[in-house]
Design a protein around this ligand. Sequence first.
Ligand SMILES: *Cc1c(COP(=O)(O)O)cnc(C)c1O
Length: 427
Amino acid sequence: MTTRNESLFARAQQRIPAGVNSPVRAFRAVGGTPPFLERAAGAYLWDADGKRYIDYVGSWGPMVAGHTHPKVVEAVQAAAARALSFGAPTASEIELAEAICRLVPSVEMVRLVSSGTEATMTAIRLARGFSGRDAIVKFEGCYHGHADSLLVKAGSGALTFGNPSSAGVPAATAAHTVVLEYNDTAAARQLFAARGAEIAGVIVEPVAGNMNLVMPAPGFLETLREECTRHGAVLIFDEVMTGFRVASGGAQQRFGIRPDLTTLGKVIGGGMPVGAFGGRREIMQHIAPLGPVYQAGTLSGNPVAVAAGLATLALIEAPGFQQDIEATAKALVSGLAAEAKQAGVAFSAQSIGSMFGLYFRPEPPTSFAAVMQCDRERFNRFFHEMLARGVYLAPSAYEAGFVSAAHGAAEIDATLAAARAAFAAIA
Ligand SMILES: *Cc1c(COP(=O)(O)O)cnc(C)c1O
């Protein structure tokens, strides 16, 4: 019998490439039919067949307060009733800018956009416009949205210029992007020694969350800060994922490092399309119309999206919010590791703030190469065993997971019970 999910998936594929509007949603990595989702509340999702799931994707990060939080829904409804869009300044944008600057002190001025991609794309343009240089340094396995100059993966050597990892990116664009190994402090030092004067900026996920979860090695972020300062390059922390997740002030607060620019997204929209880039006033003043670096957006600072973001940040600022959610993530990963051990499955897990990583290898990876050594086939089987038991994990071994404030002891217990059966099934 065809389920409703299956018939929707078949119909979607007639008119939408692979049936989805963002590639990982198509379940190509894990196989099978993606659930078509209909509604959500707190830690739970319901699909088109009425099946309920405990959600560990959280819309890929934004839903830190849990789905359809009454305060967020109320703020959105009130804003929508006033206006959907003006394309003109509103007081609520100032409030969101002020909240961001209060939470993330390296941000002295901020501009709102509509996605993380727009934020990183503009931060790169700004770093180039400010420094008068072209080369950008990124790290293999870090994802910074789908702008051309950032869709470049590693070349073979630390000092080699990268090749496009997407068709359609001109080689001339990719040629200005240098790719290094994440956590390779020595390679970063060497690159700056060799061509420091050419480097406009370095963009990095301060905790890598787009190759599963990889922690920064001690000294890695510090070295980037030092080298950028010494050579006049702009250090960009891409905190689209880590912002308000790894700590209320982002990874930069947790690790005590002050980047020149920060990009934000996901949580600042609370589930609506909001991104932001901000940082040192001196750099931000190069943005149009104050300066020569152009950036604009018809829906930037959209009042409904901003209302969702403001309501979400207000929840995050409540005392104990980060501690509670961090404890939830810790309980989840230690419980999963214990269940895997019991079943004799080579597995490890770790968390930071409300982000977590699950690895089908004995130790958490510290590099892109180590991530690639995870047993993907095992992950895929685990994923489907969990999905069948009503636990919705990201459908790829290369994604971080997320808990929300709505995940409590009941959800963790139910997840661990499902994991016990899932690990037994794949052992
Ligand atoms: C999700 C993400 C982006 C892109 O954000 P979109 O809103 O999907 O465009 C950029 N950087 C990082 C670190 C991300 O996790």
